[in-house]
Ligand binder design. Structure first.
Ligand code: HEM
Length: 729
């Protein structure tokens, strides 16, 4: 086994492959933090050189003109230079991912707080001094590769660990449950949510007939619908999303003891979301919003961080819950089984090339290392088939050889050949058993780190194509989710259902969603959505929510669901973010602003770790105490929705009060619940922007007390009770 190497404090100069001279523009803006994996990638990188060549390394003297029979004549087939250039261009695309096509990724590392050897042999959890390199790709699910970052959708959260025992992929989402219980239904789910096949409309949205047709006929999706209609589906930034492995997996220790585990990623930036109107506006103003934030924060040195948590269940306790641990539509409430934080992941380096790294990275739930194993969850079992299959189609049979997918522990087996094989395997022997190569490569001895499926006793039974009766309670946890929300979170969920169902044209689909799904989750939710959509709640009653016909031995059935609550589900009840680093503040400037005060404010905001930008009518300057004061951005290009908070320094308010764009800026910040700070001379501006002087999260004052209160408010993220999104002002 290769010896684990900790992250070097000061990386050695990389032996970069160059084509000629490396230009100075190749220098990154921040010293990038290297891991074993990013150092291993270095020889595959290439900086632009000084001399243009063909793919065969032959110098090119003219890359502007094709070869013609005469200067105005036909182009010749002989033109090898043009044919090579154009044919390569014609083949630049690979199939986009069938789901999760839009994404962004970053390098980093995971470091455990202490050894978890008692629970698992998995390499990343053995030694707190050893960091395991990771590559993490975040994604939306339904949209195409060029779609917006901020639709209402699930977000993928896929982590590739380059461990000393091989690659482990933890391919999760930002929601802990899924729409379906059996992988056999996945193609149906995806066909229903993707754009409709006749006209390919709508892009990256669940708000259309086929999605609601499918889910209204699939009650097992009720719990996931609650997550999807909540603000979790419009995360503010990737760095403020939770991540979940979703399925119950197994951890195996060196003695072969197996325990069940659920994986959780907890963001140190807190769990924060956009509000729906803001998300739709961002889609137009900055469709790369999340991708840009991830990139810029890493370039600034403000590295996104998550703690990894385990929820552990002993095998003997498998049946003690009122639901089945194999059912991916269920969570284990954190109040029942606490999430124990075992380590931290830090993303500290942007990719060098989007296609080579982010597009070609190939995840597979079946990529596990010794110490991690699977359960019989029928969704997970299907995924174990699907991901390898899709990588073969999308990237090809040698996808594992691409630099971003390559294991740090070299792959060594008798698999050979196929498109674009890169390894030059030596020798005559490509089979096992063999004697001609001394039996090599041979099975790992029992003591070595090798994957051995854990021995699990399977109950005797008939081979059947059936769902376990322990999977039949579809509503309890959907109700539990609703019960656990605060007032404003319920408001947002009801508004989201209303928005989606108001997009649905088919009356039967609207009615079925109301009377077979929503009423079985909660009567208040159904009534709120009914009011906002005009879909009547059937007074004759609705089909009873199916009660589990063979519930697991103990635990609540749906009839007791009204009592179920899990405060950990509520974003409102999450602990405050551990850091405000990277939150963006707009400082609105106008002619007459107090220049000295602006300087002091910017310094205080920077001290608090905030990213402040001054915004004026143009990208030039405003007039401050008779002198020009340069601004960072022009208001038409710097919309309110891409900032976390707004501050108006003294002197600016009177000029901004009469300017419609500034009024709109401030009004949107108010509607979207953002902290606002103004000086007393901005009273006219507040009035013109429709911001009540007693609004929660609005600070009116001067100097450092104003900034202190403003920064404290930014720590609260938003003041979402200001405006009901269900009944907007
Ligand atoms: C708990 C349920 C699921 C979760 C958490 C999940 C998560 C993900 C994530 C994060 C990705 C994007 C990987 C990347 O960034 O490259 C992905 C892609 C994909 N998923 Fe799933 N998925 C789930 C269920 C399924 C099921 C049931 C299937 C099939 C039976 C499936 C098939 C796929 C496929 C084919 C891709 C595209 C992979 C690629 O081309 O790279 N997923 N999934």
């Amino acid at each position: 086994m290769a010896k684990p190497v900790p992250i070097p404090a000061t990386p050695p100069p990389p032996p970069a492959r160059t084509a000629g001279q490396v230009t100075s523009s190749d220098k990154p803006p921040m010293p990038r933090q290297e891991t074993d994996k990013t150092l291993e990638l270095t020889p595959d990188k290439m900086a632009p050189g000084s001399m243009l060549t063909t793919n065969q390394g032959v110098g090119v003297s003219d890359d502007q003109n094709s070869l013609k029979a005469h200067v105005r004549g036909p182009t010749l087939l002989e033109d090898i230079l043009m044919r090579e250039k154009i044919t390569h261009f014609d083949h630049e695309r690979i199939p986009e991912r069938v789901v999760h096509a839009r994404g962004a990724a970053a390098h980093g590392f995971f470091q455990p707080y202490e050894s978890q050897a008692a629970l698992t042999m998995a390499a990343p959890f053995q030694d707190p001094k050893v960091a395991t390199p990771v590559f993490v790709r975040f994604s939306t699910v339904a949209g195409s590769r060029g779609s917006t970052d901020t639709p209402r959708d699930v977000r993928g959260f896929a982590v590739k660990f380059y461990t000393t025992d091989g690659v482990w992929d933890l391919v999760g989402n930002n929601m802990p449950v899924f729409f379906i219980q059996d992988a056999n239904k996945f193609p149906d789910l995806v066909h229903a949510v993707k754009p409709e096949p006749d006209n390919e409309i709508p892009q990256a949205q669940s708000a259309h007939d086929t999605f609601w047709d499918f889910v209204s006929l699939t009650p097992e999706s009720a719990h996931m619908l609650m997550w999807l209609m909540s603000d979790r589906a419009i995360p503010q930034r990737y760095a403020s999303m939770e991540g979940f492995g979703v399925h119950t997996f197994r951890l195996i220790n060196a003695e072969g003891v197996s325990r069940f585990v659920k994986f959780h990623w907890k963001p140190l930036k807190g769990v924060c979301s956009l509000v729906w109107e803001e998300a739709t506006l961002i889609s137009g103003k900055d469709p790369d919003f999340n991708r840009r934030d991830l990139w810029e924060s890493i370039e600034r040195g403000d590295f996104p961080e998550w703690e990894l948590g385990f929820q552990i269940v002993e095998e003997k306790d498998e049946l003690k819950f009122g639901f089945d641990l194999l059912d991916a539509t269920k969570i284990i409430p954190e109040e029942l089984v606490p999430v124990v934080k075992v380590g931290k992941m830090t993303l500290n380096r942007n990719p060098d090339n989007y296609f080579a790294e982010t597009e070609q990275v190939a995840f597979h739930t079946g990529h596990v290392v010794p110490g991690i194993d699977f359960t019989n969850d029928p969704l997970l079992q299907g995924r174990l088939f699907s991901y390898i299959d899709t990588q073969l189609r999308r990237v090809g049979p040698n996808f594992h050889e691409l630099p971003i997918n390559r294991s740090l522990k070299p792959a060594d087996n008798n698999q050979r050949d196929g498109f674009a094989r890169m390894t030059i395997n030596k020798g005559k022997v490509a089979y096992f058993p063999n004697s001609l190569a001394g039996g090599c490569p041979m099975h790992s001895p029992a003591a070595a780190a090798a994957f051995r499926s854990v021995a699990v006793k399977e109950a005797p039974g008939l081979k059947v194509r059936e769902r376990s009766p322990t999977f039949s309670d579809h509503f309890s946890q959907a109700t539990q989710f609703w019960n656990s929300m605060s007032d404003w979170e319920k408001d947002h969920i009801a508004a989201a259902f209303a928005f989606e169902l108001n997009q649905v044209v088919n009356e039967a689909v609207r009615d079925r969603t109301m009377n077979e799904i929503l009423v079985n989750i909660d009567a208040t939710l159904a009534n709120l959505v009914s009011e906002a959509t005009g879909i009547p709640v059937n007074p004759a009653g609705t089909p009873e929510a199916p009660t589990p016909s063979a519930p697991t031995p103990s635990g609540p059935l749906h009839k007791d669901a009204a009592k179920l609550r899990s405060p950990a589900l509520s974003q409102d009840k999450q602990p405050p973010p551990a850091t405000l680093l990277g939150r963006k503040v707009a400082v609105l400037l106008g002619n007459g602003v107090n220049a000295r005060e602006v300087g002091a404010i910017l310094a205080s905001l920077a001290n608090a770790g905030l990213v402040a930008e001054t915004i004026g009518p143009t990208a030039g300057a405003v007039e401050a105490s008779g002198k020009p004061l340069k601004v960072n951005r022009a208001a038409p290009n710097a919309p309110s929705v891409v900032y976390d908070a707004v501050l108006v320094p003294s002197g600016a308010g009177p000029a901004l009060a009469g300017w419609p764009l500034a009024q709109r800026f401030l009004h949107e910040a108010y509607r979207h619940g953002k902290p606002i700070a103004v000086t007393p001379d901005a009273d006219g501006f507040l009035k013109a922007a429709g911001v009540p002087a007693d609004a929660e999260g609005l600070s009116i004052g001067q100097g450092s007390p104003l900034v202190t209160e403003f920064v404290k408010n930014i720590g609260q993220h938003r003041f979402p009770r200001r405006v009901s999104v269900l009944k907007p002002i």
